[in-house]
Design a binder for this molecule. Structure first.
Ligand code: GLP
Length: 242
């Protein structure tokens, strides 16, 4: 794994968007694995500002979506992506993929999403954020690592962390669809972006703790091409040598 220490959040965004730009220069029809969450707001802003990036052949696979929210709902991840990235760049709408939280049959939605990823040839570059409980995508702490796309009951702490977008924790959906650990590990390159003091402890567990389902992100230690881009606050415990 390669750890890149960024001076602050803005530097994380700059460095991450540069990596994406480089990926698309080298392979314009890359399959990008995209994440949501506030960490990526600045990354997507940087991507939008860089007018030299050509997304016309790019395909995107988003990690997750809330069950029960349709794409028009301002808290859905489809809405997040349209508003914060897709509507500002020259990507073809038909090349952007996000699981449907409104699917009648969630199980077949998950199976179809896995087939889609396979048909696209897998993910070239996967962007990941980190939940406060160590989740990646919406793979929540559990008694096993789940391989494929699946629905998951969101933990109270995750709903609490995302309540700021909904105004009230009770409005946060109880479940979500997320790609599984297998898809994430099969990505050719993984970039984990982490910002802020509140994630310093979990980041150390993810990177250097035992690989355990209770800290889903810890499985990333097994990835051969993992880059962590984190700011000084998120890396503060590492830099203290703990
Ligand atoms: C949500 C998303 C994750 C994201 C996490 C962290 O739970 N499902 O993909 O990594 O939030 O979000 P933030 O960047 O807002 O801390």
């Amino acid at each position: 794994m390669k750890i890149i220490s960024a001076t602050n959040y803005f530097d994380i965004c700059e460095k991450t968007s540069n990596l994406v730009a480089k990926q698309l220069r080298q392979k314009p029809n890359s399959v990008l694995g995209l994440a949501t969450g506030s960490t990526f707001l600045g990354v997507y802003e940087k991507l939008i500002q860089n007018k030299e990036i050509d997304f016309s052949q790019t395909r995107t696979i988003n990690l997750d979506e809330y069950v029960g929210l349709d794409g028009e709902d301002k808290n859905s991840y489809r809405y997040f992506m349209e508003r914060n990235l897709f509507s500002h760049i020259n990507i073809l709408p038909s090349n952007t993929f996000i699981p449907s939280g409104m699917a009648k049959d969630i199980k077949s939605e998950c199976e179809n999403y896995d087939k889609l990823i396979k048909n696209l040839g897998g993910i070239d570059l996967q962007l990941l954020g980190l939940g406060l409980n160590g989740h990646i995508g919406f793979n929540e702490p559990g008694d096993c690592f789940v391989a494929n796309t699946h629905s998951v009951a969101l933990q109270q702490s995750t709903r609490q962390a995302n309540a700021r977008f909904f105004g009230d924790i009770d409005k946060v959906p109880a479940s979500a669809i997320t790609v599984g650990i297998k898809t994430i590990l099969q990505a050719k390159k993984v970039v984990l972006c982490v910002s802020g003091l509140q994630k310093a402890k979990i980041l150390i567990q993810v990177l250097f703790g035992p690989i355990l389902p209770n800290v889903q992100g810890s499985i990333l230690q097994l990835h051969q091409n993992l880059i962590i881009i984190a700011d000084k606050e998120a890396l503060s415990l590492w830099e203290e040598g703990l």
